[in-house]
Design a binder for this molecule. Sequence first.
Ligand SMILES: NC(=O)c1ccc[n+]([C@@H]2O[C@H](COP(=O)([O-])OP(=O)(O)OC[C@H]3O[C@@H](n4cnc5c(N)ncnc54)[C@H](OP(=O)(O)O)[C@@H]3O)[C@@H](O)[C@H]2O)c1
Length: 253
Amino acid sequence: MTGNTLYDSLLIAIFVSAALTALVLLKIDAPYGRHKREGWGPKIPTRLGWIVMEAPASLLFFWFFFTGPNSGSAVALILLFMWQLHYVHRSFIYPFQIKVKPGSQEPLLVILMGSTYCGINGYLNGAFVSTYGTHLTNEWLQDPRFILGVMLFATGYYINKKSDAMLRALRASSADYQIPRGFVFNRVSMPNYFGEVLTWCGFALACWSLAGLSFVLFTMANLVPRALTNHRWYREKFADYPADRKAIFPWLL
Ligand SMILES: NC(=O)c1ccc[n+]([C@@H]2O[C@H](COP(=O)([O-])OP(=O)(O)OC[C@H]3O[C@@H](n4cnc5c(N)ncnc54)[C@H](OP(=O)(O)O)[C@@H]3O)[C@@H](O)[C@H]2O)c1
């Protein structure tokens, strides 16, 4: 805890909402992508939705990072680079890489909930790295937690981006869903989600912070239930779906 009431309260709120999110998403599939359905209120165009949802994580991290006292330190700058490597791509590049059907829209409610979370998450992690993470000095560069964290982040990032690129290639080749094959798809149905979880485990380890841990738990609360649903969906849709694939964690789940 930092002693800043707003920061600490938001951090606790994220831990609580991660638990609630997991419980809700085990019962209700988030209504976007292959589980899109009517009855979720007004909608906005898919690409705009991705930008509105993800950009606050990038922008608020930038803001609280550069207004913090440690923003010039080497460790802080590396952590800034890691965060923005993901979030500048996810907010401003990914929405234009995905192939969307003409007129495709997503529920505003889902976008606003995601956007609110991303903003809070950008604040919690940006402020931690530049203000509250007093251990993030030059000595931290040699700490095993930092080194392992950066390696885990890089591994997760590669798996996430390569898997997403393979799915985009499948989508470009056909308007129908197909069975993805190769790379980590040979082990799990949702390697992009697996990579995402590893990415943020790496970031949390490299920061050694509760803010990072809250992000890991929130990511898992979102992605594990959806991976389980998508895995069932693949098995029901394709009679020849590989029987030995897990949903998200190779050999485990
Ligand atoms: N940190 C978090 O909490 C969080 C939450 C959600 C997502 N994410 C990340 O955001 C990214 C996208 O997530 P997502 O849930 O949209 O992933 P997704 O369901 O795997 O879809 C990604 C893209 O690939 C297409 N696609 C998926 N499976 C396909 C198949 N079998 N055949 C052809 N095309 C296929 C989808 O088309 P359709 O749109 O037509 O289905 C979509 O354009 C991932 O990297 C994920 O890790 C992170």
